[in-house]
Design a binder for this molecule. Sequence first.
Ligand SMILES: [Fe+2]
Ligand SMILES: [Fe+2]
Length: 142
Amino acid sequence: MALVYIEQLEDLDVEEMQQTHEDEVKLLNEIDKLATQHQMGQPTLEELEVKLNQYLVHVKEHFSNEEKLMRKYDFPSYEMHKMAHDIFLADLGYAVNQWKRTDNLEKITNFIRKSPEWIVLHINSVDAPTSAFIAKQMELEA
Ligand SMILES: [Fe+2]
Ligand SMILES: [Fe+2]
């Protein structure tokens, strides 16, 4: 069983947003799988750490690219959407700090395992209307 399924997410009209979400779901599931294997004593630590670092870069790029698109197309609820990103990044940063400070990998893997709840809700209730607005603006521009 995967941690999160692409089918749980709204399919967005803005292709780059959709692709980013699909890539992120893939990364989250890979991390979950490697963390389980690590917990069962398999030598996946190095691979897991690589994936965790990829995820940290990915999520920051994911949010900053969306914010760039919102600014480009003058999305009216930019501040609200950006604040949601900033709060998630602050929570994620806290989990990363705890992981590094205590060298306890579970501080970050537990956070990631709980994150789909936020991500699915954010994509379906915040990214979806944002994408609908941007797609319309893109069409007008074309
Ligand atoms: Fe998103
Ligand atoms: Fe977003």
